[in-house]
Structure formats: C-alpha cells, structure tokens
Design a binder for this molecule. Structure first.
Ligand code: ISL
Ligand code: CA
Length: 548
C-alpha cells in the first residue's frame, strides 16, 4: 500500500457559520477560526476541511455559490482567508476547501447571463429544456423541492435543479464550463490550499437524454426523487480524470468526493490509484442505517468497503457524522447516562477502523442532538422540505417534528460550545441558530480542565495514530462479524497486532473470543481492564485497545 500524508492524517471539519463568531454579529467567521487554531493544534489534527466560505445568498448555507472567487462577506475578507491559511500552515495544519460545482447559485453571474436569453453565450452553462406537454421536461424530483425543474417565463424553458431552485445545475457537457471550474480550482490551489472535498461530485454527469425515472412517484406532488438515476452515470470518471489532469495532478493535494448512491465497486473506480481521479469518497451506507442502527449490518458495511476498496488499491474515509447528519453520540451511542463512555467508544472506533478519520466540530467534546420545539426554529432548507413532505403525506406535525428532533441535519449546525457563559462563548451577539442548552455541561473550557474528558481521549487517539503505523496501514480483521453487541477486530502490521474491543450496550458483556485477549492496554475509556485469557469482559460502552 502506497504511503500518503492524507492516509495518515486526521481531518477536522469546520462549519464556519457555527464555529466561532469574532465580531458579535451572531455568525461564525474566518477570524473566529483563526482564534481557535491553537485549540485545534492542541487536539492534534492535521487537516481542516472548511464547509463553503464563498459568496452566497445562503439559500443552502453556502452550498449555493454566487462567486467562487470571493469570500462570503459574513465570514470575512480574502485577506482573512489568506491569514487563516498562513496561520494554519504555520501550525502544520492543512486546509481543504469545499468544492461545489454540481450547481451554483441562481445569483451567480453565469446564471444571470444564462437566463437572460436563449442565445446568450452562458446559456449552455446550465441545463435548459423545453416544456413537455406544457409541463416539466421529465418526472424528476429534487432533494429540496418536489420537482427538479423550474420554469423561467423570460425564455419559456425550464432549468434543472437537483437541489433548491436557487441552485441551478451546471452543465458539465459544456467544455467552457469545465474549463472555468478548473481555472477556479487552480486559483485556490495557487493560493496554497491543500485539497478539496467535492460536493455531490458524482451527480455532475447526467444520464444521456435525461430520461424519466421508472420508479413509482415518491413525492406528495407526484414527482420521482431518484438519486440512483442522477448519480454515477457513464462518463463521470472521464470528467474526474480530466479535472485531475488539469488541476490535482499539479499539486501535492488531497481530494475526497461526496458521493451519493455508491457501492464499493462503483467507488473503487473513482479512487483506485491507477485511475487518477479522486483519493477517497464519502459514502452514505453507514448514514443509511442511522434510523435503525444494527451493529451486524454496520460491520458488514465496514468489511465490504475494506475488501472492495482498500484491498483493491483504493482508500476509504471514516465518518460518523458531519454537517448533514445528527450528532453521532445521539445516534450510535447513548447521549444520556453513558455519554462520555460512548462518545469515547465512537472516537476509538473512528480512529482504528481502516481509512482516514473525519471529526466533525463538537464531536471531540461529545456534543449531542438539540431538541427543537417548533418547525420555526429550523433554518435548514432540507429540514423544512422534509417536514412539509411529511405533513402532505399525512404525518402529524408532532411526529414530523419528532423525526427532525432525532435525524435532521440541524443538530450538527447549532453553534459550537466554547464555555458555559451566555451563548456558549460562541458569540457576544444573537446567535444565528438556536444553541443547545446543554452547553452548561458540555463545552470546550470544561473539557480542557478535565483529564477524563472526551477531548483528551480524542487527543490521545490522534497522537497514537501518528506514532503507530498499524492504525493507518494495518490489516483489518473482524473477529465478531455476527455479534450484535460487541465489535472486536484486529489491526496488524509488521508483527505488531492491536486488538480493539467495543461494547455497544449499556450492560456488562462477556465474550469468549477464542483467542487471547491479554496484552498491554494502549488506550481505554475505563481505568482498568478486565479481559482474561480468551474472555473479554466489557462494561457499558467500554472501548479498549490492546497490544499483543
Ligand atoms: O443532507 C442530506 C441528508 O440529510 C442529503 O440529502 C444531502 O443533501 C446530500 O447528501 C448532498 O449534500 C451536499 O450537497 C447539498 C448540501 O445541502 C449539503 O450540505 C452537502 O453536504 C447541496 O449542495
Ligand atoms: Ca461574525
């Protein structure tokens, strides 16, 4: 397996709007991030992935970009960005930006030109079609609205938007558009950034002829939301390879593609070294089981991605939450009596499974889901859309709100908890989004004072990953593929073998592993270790790493 810095790195994701506000307007910003770089250095992470911080009308919090060359004024200036980059680099921290080029904002100058007339030179930067029988050109549903098409009076055609109508899809078939994207990427690389996380990158190639989905309709309005049809179309790899030749091949950078509806077989094409496209992808298979978490299924997914990608010349990412997901400890752990233990267990797993670990801001202090009392408290376009669809399909508003209170992406977006002063030390003004009231007991300041905190557990895991190649390059072997409550596996490299044992329940569990469980405790979330002979003896959410 080829050694690469991005395989060895630990990535920390920052959602700038909710990280730290430096000027009291209630919105996190780049200077806020600069203030907290020493905190991140203390944690030990290697790379920051910044959610979009380009100019945007914020219909989808920065995923609707109106100028790829400008910093969102609410977040600061280009000078602030340059300073952030320089200050991060000074501390040995790399910066990865978000690349959002499946769509732009409808307020981008390309789209303003494009919609102005059928013969405008920018017309083909987007996907325009004539009406079919006076209606939408096909039956496609969007992620954020019933139909994926919006009619434009001026020219009498529809434009495609797989996300909101303020996020028109870019037309990747049009060579000048592709060249503009590569030019923009080179601009940011020439500034010195270290890579891109590529938003829904496997949607950029649409199926030829934009055929109707054959599935039964699944929106209340009769459209068909069918991401399988929109994703992974023939020709996508060629686009990624062209991008790589024009951009990535020129820099020592990392790329991670956010890819919906991928299997290991599909993803391998995008990430295997000889294909010269991407370095790794984020897949959604773990997220798809969050509503019905099943440890056996979880292990199957891990094994499948290990065998199907890592063993075949590709690389994986590992994440348990991000800005689109609920908080991991509330979903996969126990955010009540075993919050500390289970947050540490999940961190232990994240850093010891094969692949590059991605930490989402606040995860390192065990932040939890937030309870919202009304739909009006939600800012997120996706949460609001899902709520309206649920109501139209007959779900009661109580049930719909309760679903959002478990699974919506707003949980990740409530501001970071820095201390237990007003507004969690996030802002001196009025925060743009509700702050989770539990900041009084879950916050960075207290975590830094407590040697037993989740923070120090993460810090140790990150340091261990730097000092022990076995955590990065070691072979993975699942010892308990069918066990519903315990996950025990080994990583081994050049004669070093680590046993990782995780108890996913709130009870004591014993298990005869059929092999020795004894050795040196590398790290644990309990003060002692009870494993003897071949028998694991694990307390609630106990997570232990043993070196044989
Ligand atoms: O957010 C989701 C589930 O809660 C997904 O459906 C999400 O929209 C999808 O994974 C694509 O996400 C990415 O592109 C979106 C943006 O809203 C997300 O924040 C981003 O991660 C459109 O740019
Ligand atoms: Ca601010």
């Amino acid at each position: 397996m080829t050694k690469k810095w991005w395989k060895e790195a630990v990535v920390y994701q920052i959602y700038p709007r909710s990280f730290k506000d430096s000027n009291g307007d209630g919105i996190g910003d780049l200077r806020g991030i600069i203030e907290k770089l020493d905190y991140l250095k203390e944690l030990g992470i290697d790379v920051i992935w910044l959610n979009p911080c380009y100019a945007s009308p914020n219909d989808d919090n920065g995923y609707d970009i109106s100028d790829y060359y400008q910093v969102m004024p609410e977040f600061g200036t280009m000078e602030d960005f340059d300073e952030l980059l320089a200050e991060a680099h000074k501390r040995g921290i790399k910066i990865v930006m978000d690349l959002v080029v499946n769509h732009s904002s409808d307020e981008h100058k390309w789209f303003i030109e494009s919609r102005s007339s059928k013969d405008n030179p920018y017309r083909d930067y987007y996907i325009w079609r004539d009406p079919r029988d006076g209606k939408e050109p096909n039956n496609w549903g969007s992620f954020f609205s019933p139909s994926a098409w919006e009619y434009d009076e001026k020219t009498g055609q529809y434009y495609l938007h797989l996300f909101s109508k303020k996020q028109p899809d870019l037309n990747w078939e049009h060579e000048p558009l592709r060249q503009e994207v590569y030019k923009m990427m080179n601009f940011w690389f020439d500034k010195g950034i270290d890579g891109f996380r590529m938003d829904v990158i496997n949607l950029i190639k649409k199926p030829i002829g934009l055929p109707d989905s054959k599935l039964p309709h699944n929106t209340a309005e009769g459209y068909v939301f069918d991401p399988d049809l929109y994703a992974n179309n023939p020709g996508l790899l060629e686009f990624l390879q062209e991008m790589n030749r024009n951009v990535m091949s020129k820099y020592d950078c990392m790329t991670v593609g956010e890819t919906v509806n991928v299997t290991p077989e599909i993803a391998l094409n995008y990430v295997k070294e000889e294909n010269k496209a991407l370095n790794m992808v984020f897949h959604f298979e773990i997220m798809e089981i969050k509503e019905n978490f099943d440890l056996v299924r979880f292990k199957e997914i891990q094994q499948k991605w290990y065998d199907g990608v890592m063993k075949k010349g590709g690389w994986n990412s590992q994440y348990l939450n991000n800005h689109d997901q609920p908080r991991q400890v509330s979903i996969f752990g126990n955010d009540k009596e075993y919050r500390l233990e289970s947050a540490k267990l999940l961190g232990t797993m994240l850093h010891t499974l094969p692949g590059t670990p991605y930490i989402y801001q606040g995860e390192e202090i065990g932040m939890t889901n937030c309870q919202f009392t009304s739909i009006d408290e939600f800012n997120d376009i996706h949460a609001r859309y899902l709520y309206s669809q649920m109501l139209k399909k007959g779900t009661s508003s109580e049930e719909a709100l309760s679903w959002l209170n478990n699974y919506s992406r707003e949980h990740a977006r409530t501001p970071m908890h820095w201390d237990n002063t007003e507004n969690a030390g996030f802002t001196t003004g009025k925060p743009w989004l509700k702050i989770n009231p539990n900041y009084h007991k879950i916050n960075v300041k207290d975590a830094l004072k407590d040697p037993n905190s989740v923070f120090y557990h993460y810090k140790k895991l990150i340091a261990l990953r730097k000092a022990n190649e076995v955590m990065v390059y070691g072979d993975f072997h699942d010892l308990t593929p069918t066990h519903k409550e315990i996950f025990a596996y080994t990583r081994s490299l050049n004669g070093v073998e680590w046993l990782i044992a995780l108890n996913f329940t709130s009870d004591n569990k014993e298990l005869d592993l059929g092999r020795s469980v004894e050795g040196k405790v590398v790290l644990s979330n309990y003060p002692d270790y009870l494993g003897k002979g071949q028998t694991l003896n694990l307390r609630p959410y106990e997570a232990v790493i043993i070196e044989k």
